[in-house]
Design a binder for this molecule. Structure first.
Ligand code: ATP
Length: 274
């Protein structure tokens, strides 16, 4: 059988602490193909550290080991620093929670969307501009030329996130990692951005690793869910089965999901053994 786009086997991430090394990701394995896979779990369960390990972007005091970490058949564990830079520019794109922190306020949007083309292709300025305008249009921005020459401060949160998606997709990566890409947005915008990510994932034939604590979203937008608990994988299942999960933990997470009725109220507390 062909190897999946991303293959993670026995991945662990540890941090030094006063009491010794603390494992925050503990021997996990999963794969992502041209599909949407969601990493879900409570805060602190190790979702973001897993995403960062795959991108080679762990904090420098973190220690990582894995039996296998491969992307497109390439072994990432033996990749030199220059290989990681090329991979992040061309192969894997990362979208973070809040475009406020990902976009540089001092540069116009167009320059930031074009940046990977400038670094990784030999396209002329006019060609880069044309591709950037095309991508701004593709992510649903109504007036691409105006957005292209705006500064990030002129954009709403939803527009900023569309710009980030354009900037990440312009070099046609094969895999996108989106770490809580909509948690800074209101409910209506969250759905719009996830629907956009879903349709672009299909159109470009990409894989998407969606990191989310929102099981409602995951059930709606992802194909599969990998449920993390305390750095380990509790369960892996089709998103459509989240409502009827095997594991009591996943069922508790599902029961605690915010609904239209509870939105804005405190979540019920669920214990470790729930
Ligand atoms: N720089 C760091 N130094 C030490 N420990 C860290 C560091 N960053 C994260 N951790 C710890 O690693 C664990 C996993 O964090 P991670 O951010 O992956 O969780 P998460 O599931 O993504 O949760 P959240 O949704 O809250 O970000 C947490 O216990 C966190 O405290």
């Amino acid at each position: 059988m062909a190897e999946p786009l991303l293959s993670v086997q026995d991945l662990s991430v540890s941090f030094p602490s006063a009491a010794g090394m603390v494992r925050v990701v503990d021997g996990i394995g999963f794969s992502v193909d041209r599909e949407i896979v969601a990493l879900v779990g409570e805060s602190g369960s190790g979702k973001s550290m897993t995403g960062r390990a795959i991108m080679g972007l762990l904090p420098h005091h973190a220690q990582m080991r894995a039996a296998r970490l491969s992307f497109g058949g390439q072994d990432l564990l033996s990749l030199p620093a220059s290989g990681w830079n090329a991979l992040r520019g061309n192969g894997i794109g990362l979208i973070l929670q809040d475009p406020k922190y990902s976009l540089n306020p001092a540069h116009k949007v167009g320059r930031q969307v074009e940046e990977t083309l400038l670094l990784h292709t030999r396209l002329s300025g006019a060609e880069r501009r044309e591709q950037a305008l095309d991508m701004l249009h593709k992510v649903g921005l109504p007036d691409p030329k105006r957005v292209y020459s705006s500064y990030p401060a002129a954009l709403s949160g939803g527009m900023g996130q569309r710009v980030m998606i354009a900037a990440m997709l312009i070099n046609r990566p094969k895999l996108l990692i989106a770490d809580e890409p909509t948690s800074a947005l209101d409910r209506e915008l969250q759905s719009q951005i996830l629907a956009l990510l879903r349709s672009l994932t299909e159109e470009f034939g990409m894989g998407l690793l969606l990191i989310s604590h929102d099981l409602q979203q995951v059930a709606q937008f992802a194909d599969r869910a990998v449920v993390m608990r305390g750095g380990r994988i509790e369960e892996e299942l089709a998103s459509a089965d989240l409502a009827n999960a095997q594991s009591a933990y996943t069922r508790a997470l599902w029961a605690a999901r915010p609904s239209a009725k509870t939105y804005g109220t405190r979540l019920p507390v669920y214990g470790a053994g729930a």
